[in-house]
Design a protein around this ligand. Structure first.
Ligand SMILES: [Zn+2]
Ligand SMILES: [Zn+2]
Length: 391
């Protein structure tokens, strides 16, 4: 039998177990850095396949590294797993299916050892949704030993090479002065009004921003009681663009909106940008081509993106700036339904559907096939690295 045939067979033999773990994670959503049950399931499965599991990893309790050494210590190729849920809406981003793809790839690689030589790894990467988990892990050198990395995310369509936007988030605090809202409003300074003016300022900017810019936020604190002039208000704001230089322009403009809104009413504003943030994605065409071909052999047909299709941000983008990394999306919704938003109730249901698990398992087989091909073709890996080096 061919490598592709044996790969699909090795993964199919494990399908029942893979789906059971995916369903368990979907049914037991855990927030970033608290994915203890999910991480335990993944680690136990990988250890049973013969992977050497290190956990915690990179200083994170729910991160892990599982290594399958096969004849040679180089090259080192990893498939990443995510398994964190969203606050309030569970696995509406389908990270349970990302975990399923990674375990399917792990089973495929373990079952086809005679075809490849090298070091294959599954790396468990927590807290993608809120805390940029991979960015923190990069700070601990968690991926610098790798030659390349693969990860696949569920979506309403199958596509590779979409790119993703750079994204920075800030907390904006407004300081005013409390007073009785009816008895003595003239001696107060309304911090909530400053926050509202801030958002109005941003809305006035929109017409003049570049098409790929995104500025969006929420008011997290608008005062405590309606009979007290709020002395404090707070907002969370995010700016995004494909272009990191333009992101700096957006940051300045957001800051100007905050400071001038506060000044207009005699309040004070501070803008605190988060230390961890998302870069824009560096697409590797050569790696994407190899992976797209392998996914097709496994029954997943991905369209090729333009590198500027995806306005959301990914912590995998930071990995893509460190080493060649592919991040395809695989469709889990029926074609006739068309676009289904991620982070919606509808997507939550598809993330636990038979079709979703079928696609995840096939995607895992496709990623393993790509890894096995790269292990067997040093020139192809060199070509991928050369493209990465060209920037
Ligand atoms: Zn998400
Ligand atoms: Zn996601």
């Amino acid at each position: 039998m061919s490598l592709a045939g044996e790969m699909k067979q090795a993964v199919a033999a494990e399908k029942k177990n893979l789906v059971a773990i995916g369903r368990f994670i979907h049914g037991n959503p855990e927030l970033g850095l608290n994915e203890f049950n999910a991480a335990e399931k993944l680690k136990a499965y990988l250890a049973a396949l013969g992977y050497e599991v290190t956990a915690p990893y990179a200083g994170m309790k729910t991160a892990f590294r599982a290594v399958l050494k096969n004849g040679a210590a180089k090259p080192k190729i990893a498939v990443f797993a995510e398994y964190d849920a969203l606050n309030g809406i569970g696995h509406a981003c389908g990270h349970n299916l990302i975990a399923t793809t990674a375990l399917a790839a792990a089973a495929g690689m373990a079952g086809t050892r005679k075809y490849w030589k090298g070091q294959f790894e599954i790396i468990g990467t927590p807290a993608e949704e809120e805390l940029a988990g991979k960015v923190r892990m990069i700070g601990k050198n968690a991926f610098s030993h790798l030659d390349c990395a693969l990860m696949a995310h569920p979506h309403w369509r199958s596509v590779i090479g979409t790119g993703s936007t750079a994204n920075r988030r800030a907390t904006v605090s407004f300081y005013g002065k409390a007073s009785h809202a009816a008895g003595d409003p003239q001696s107060g300074i309304n911090a909530l009004d400053a926050a509202i003016l801030f958002f109005n300022g941003i809305n006035s900017l929109r017409q003049h921003l570049r098409e790929d810019a995104r500025v969006h936020g929420i008011i997290t604190n608008g005062g405590q009681a309606c009979n007290v002039i709020p002395e404090f208000a707070e907002a969370r704001i995010a700016v995004r663009s494909f272009d990191e230089d333009y992101l700096e322009v957006l940051r300045k403009r957001v800051r100007n909106c905050a400071v001038s809104a506060a000044k207009a009413i005699g309040a004070r504003a501070t803008v605190t940008w988060e230390k961890y943030y998302y870069f824009s994605y560096k697409v590797n065409q050569t790696l994407d081509e190899v992976l797209a071909g392998s996914l097709a052999e496994a029954g997943i047909f991905v369209a090729r993106g333009t590198g500027r299709d995806e306005r959301a941000s990914l912590d995998m983008a930071n990995v893509s700036r460190l080493l060649p990394a592919a991040h395809p999306f695989f469709g889990i919704t029926p074609k006739k339904v068309g676009k289904v938003a991620l982070h919606s109730e509808e997507f939550l249901r598809y993330a636990d559907s038979d079709a979703g698990y079928d696609a995840a398992v096939s995607t895992g087989a496709g990623m393993a096939l790509a890894a096995a091909k790269l292990f067997g073709d040093v020139r192809l890996l060199a070509k991928i690295k050369a493209e990465f080096g060209r920037g």
